[in-house]
Design a protein around this ligand. Sequence first.
Ligand SMILES: [Zn+2]
Length: 175
Amino acid sequence: MRKSSLVSSRVKRNLKGSRSIATVDKNLIKKMVRKCIRLLHKKEYELDLPKDATDNALYRLSIVDKNVNGATYASWNIIQINLSYWQHCKGYPHYEREYASYDSDPTIGGVTVNSLEEALWVTVAHEVSHHIQFRYCPRIKRFKHTYSKPHGDCFKAIYRYLRRDLVNPILKGEA
Ligand SMILES: [Zn+2]
């Protein structure tokens, strides 16, 4: 069994049963957003994020519980995570699909997740990548032609940083 320092025992109990999804502590998702953006502040990624990028993302974060497909999305001014989406999952482990054009990529493609927490890591990192792409990448030279494409090279570059250096190690039990 792997442990996550992020999750309190109370939240872990909630995460075990798919029926209690609506009770998932929203703080868990906030912590995931915070960790993602903290990572992206690293100089090596050359995203040059402003100091308030984390606060801004948390301010823009909307955790909803709508019975509508596709209501998980993000843009420059919103990061919406729809908890009801996860109720459609029959159980764990399951294969968490990515966008078709890169689903087979070994780093950013689809991956087997063993818990709701793991599934949320994948979703939160994906949506944070969209938010960063649209909000901060128009001014970055190397993304000049790609920042606006939803699952284009800019998105994939950011998502790759998050998957490779944060999410995949967590999924592998290495973090
Ligand atoms: Zn997307």
